[in-house]
Design a protein around this ligand. Structure first.
Ligand SMILES: Cc1cc2nc3c(=O)[nH]c(=O)nc-3n(C[C@H](O)[C@H](O)[C@H](O)COP(=O)(O)OP(=O)(O)OC[C@H]3O[C@@H](n4cnc5c(N)ncnc54)[C@H](O)[C@@H]3O)c2cc1C
Length: 443
């Protein structure tokens, strides 16, 4: 029989699905996160439908955290007191055609927002691998897609409204000195209720998959390959001499068929990132043109994204260090492959948001979709993070990582300003949780 393992941090239970049968012992009114690896430890979940309701709930609470669509694997959203869901705040307020802006409620999911924008011939610049996540939840953790020229999903935020600890409303826009600290806010400043996002005219995309990119070629031609599409991803399990798949999403206009790409050959059938899994839940491929929102995510809105029964981690390094980091991970293949479903490598343009994983310069993200073996993942993380640390690593806020506050602080030059900002908007620590205390404040 397998040894039973829990990771418990003040009421937070993180478990691999191997241990799932044990989970219901822990009582919570809030339930689990999407992956089921974490049972929220709050005793109450509020589900407001209006900004006024949010204000009332927040003003009465002593300790509260906001919950989006529950897609984070880390305990970033959790707290032991109360939670407030943003899902009821899913209104789309207005499109400003002249200024190319859309104003949305915090809880709207990218899938629904995208369909709405497409009806009005508008688009977002990019999407994550899945359209199921809420806008505010994604922005709060610097969630990203791929593309050398594409900033993460926070990068198009042009206005932010949130309910502060005392229940009053703050509105911040670019030009306000607090704005760059507040956008990727880790849920620490208040409950975001509304956001203004930059939009652009709609565009079509084609998606092509290439197979078996020799690893040496991936290293030598790394930057050219990532520059060859609007959004490019590597998928690999680090087991062989090649990157398993290269996904290239290009704006349709002028994009020709790809015969070959630095040694990789075009797929002859639709692929799932894990080649043995049916590609039914994946967005259209094989060079078929279609609207941006049906190609930029890897997974369709109506289907389960990714694999489902999994854990995830992701680490960001400066773009210039990525080819060497790629080879360092390839050298760890023997240890990584048995724990993995698949890894993904993506590119993100730099931004100015203090706690963004792309703050201060372009980044390459190395993502790991782990099998649900929490013990194994926790055991490999220190070595994985140590391997990447020489390249200047930052972890994804919403995924599983081991890095401690001192290491994180050294990767974020503006972290002290962020802490001051949190104290300014939340002097009593109403929105503080264990995750922030341990990973950001270093307590
Ligand atoms: C299958 C899968 C695929 C994924 N793919 C990607 C990917 O392609 N790229 C990537 O970068 N990440 C990816 N992720 C991670 C995911 O995008 C992030 O964890 C994201 O934060 C999830 O958004 P959410 O709405 O579920 O937020 P939650 O997990 O519910 O919350 C995340 C954080 O946001 C805060 N928050 C949420 N709403 C508000 C609000 N209204 N006001 C203030 N704070 C708020 C919470 O307090 C918490 O701190 C993936 C996750 C899964 C499960």
């Amino acid at each position: 029989m397998k040894k039973r393992t829990f990771l418990k941090t003040s009421g937070i239970v993180i478990a691999g699905s191997t241990f799932r049968s044990m989970i219901p012992r822990f009582q919570s009114d809030v339930g689990k996160n999407w992956a089921g690896n974490l049972i929220y430890s709050a005793r109450k979940l509020h589900q407001p439908k209006s900004v006024e309701e949010v204000q009332e709930i927040v003003s009465k609470a002593t300790n509260i955290r906001t919950l989006g669509t529950r897609h984070s694997f880390s305990a970033i959203a959790d707290c032991t007191s109360e939670m407030i869901s943003s899902r009821g705040l899913d209104h789309i307020y207005e499109i400003d055609r002249q200024r190319r802006r859309v104003t949305v409620g915090a809880g709207i999911r990218y899938g629904e927002l995208s369909q709405y924008l497409q009806r009005y011939d508008f688009a977002l610049h990019n999407l994550a691998s899945l359209p199921h996540i809420s806008v505010a939840g994604a922005v709060a953790t610097a969630t990203h897609g791929s593309g050398d020229q594409n900033g993460n999903l926070a990068s198009i935020v042009k206005g932010l409204e949130f309910v502060k600890a005392d229940g009053s409303i703050a509105k911040l826009y670019p030009g306000n000195e607090d704005f760059p600290g507040a956008v990727v806010g880790l849920g620490a400043l208040g409950v975001v209720t509304r956001m203004v996002l930059e939009i652009q005219p709609t565009f079509d995309v084609r998606q092509d998959i290439l197979l078996d990119l020799p690893i040496e070629s991936a290293k030598e031609n790394f930057h050219d390959i990532f520059a060859s599409g609007y959004s490019v991803s590597f998928f690999t399990d680090w087991s062989g001499p090649s990157i398993n798949q290269v996904w290239i999403k290009r704006r349709s206009e002028g994009a020709a068929d790809l015969e070959e790409l630095f040694g990789a050959r075009p797929a002859t059938r639709k692929m799932h990132p894990i080649a043995s899994v049916s590609a039914e839940n994946c967005t259209e491929q094989m060079g078929q043109n279609g609207p941006w929102h049906e190609r930029l995510p890897h997974f369709k809105l109506d289907f389960t994204p990714s694999n489902g029964d999994e854990l995830q981690s992701e680490f960001f390094v400066p773009r210039e260090n990525a080819p060497e980091a790629l080879m360092a991970l390839q050298a760890m293949g023997d240890k990584l492959t048995p724990l993995l479903y698949i890894s993904e490598v993506r590119s993100i343009a730099g931004d100015d948001f203090w706690m963004s994983t792309a703050y201060g310069g372009d980044r390459i993200a190395f993502h790991f979709t782990w099998k649900p073996n929490l013990e194994g993942v926790l055991a490999i993380l220190p070595e994985l993070e140590a391997t990447l640390s020489e390249f200047g690593v930052r972890p994804h806020w919403g995924k599983i990582f081991n890095m401690k506050a001192d290491k994180i602080a050294s990767a974020y030059p503006k972290i002290d300003d962020f802490k001051s900002l949190v104290v300014k908007y939340d002097p009593e620590g109403k929105f503080r949780n264990d995750f922030l205390t341990q990973k950001v404040f270093g307590g």
